[in-house]
Design a protein around this ligand. Structure first.
Ligand code: URA
Length: 200
């Protein structure tokens, strides 16, 4: 069993928050263990709670479309949430729930070491861009310790406010520039320069 699947077991057994009593399935996250890009949403909704998988409802279908718009398939990225259990009536996660689940997200970050972290929505943004306002920083990136942090609106926001769809689509195009950057092969040094490296 990999460290990540062990973590999934711990998440499934966690009873730190009251909401654990009402869950059908915990939703730890999914994606390849060597994924370089991690998308972090807010909290599982009804469909996610039923299936134990993130972003499988209407917001997830829109996320899939956004990914496809820049040639990404969801099988190649890692997708998770700030909290791993559905809050009743899909309310916002409480500060204590976010705090209790922080240990799990921290472990996921440590195990996967993604090169790009994309925050989806306010709650996810607040963790990585503290004090910022989503309407001001969506579509922008910060690089810290070699990791690119990129803020986006939550896909569900576009389902409620049609105008945000265009913003999300445009931000995805901006994200692609950073993805291309990490996928660029390392420059190959010319032979003479390689030899020079070893000169004394
Ligand atoms: N919204 C989220 O933030 N996460 C999900 O997994 C589904 C909907």
């Amino acid at each position: 069993m990999s460290a990540l699947t062990e973590l999934y077991d711990q998440i499934a057994q966690c009873k730190l928050c009251d909401i654990s009593r009402h869950r059908t399935k915990a939703v730890p996250g999914e994606g390849p263990e060597n994924a370089q890009i991690m998308f972090i949403g807010e909290a599982p909704g009804f469909n996610e709670d039923q299936q134990g998988r993130p972003f499988v409802g209407a917001a997830g279908q829109f996320l899939d479309k956004l990914l496809a718009s820049i040639g990404l398939s969801r099988n190649t990225v890692y997708i998770t949430n700030i909290i791993k259990t559905r809050p009743p009536e899909n309310r916002d996660p409480l500060p204590l729930e976010i705090e209790n689940c922080k240990r799990f997200l921290d472990c996921q970050l440590e195990l996967l070491k993604p090169k790009i972290i994309v925050t989806l929505g306010r709650h996810s943004m607040a963790r990585f861009f503290p004090g910022k306002i989503i309407s001001k920083i969506h579509g922008t990136a910060q690089k810290r310790d070699g990791v690119i942090y990129f803020a986006m609106y939550h896909p569900a926001a576009a389902l409620h406010q049609g105008g945000l769809r265009k913003e999300l689509e445009a931000d995805m195009v901006k994200l692609k520039v950073f993805i291309d950057e990490i996928e660029k092969p390392a420059p190959v040094l010319e032979k003479t320069k390689q030899l020079n490296l070893f000169e004394v």
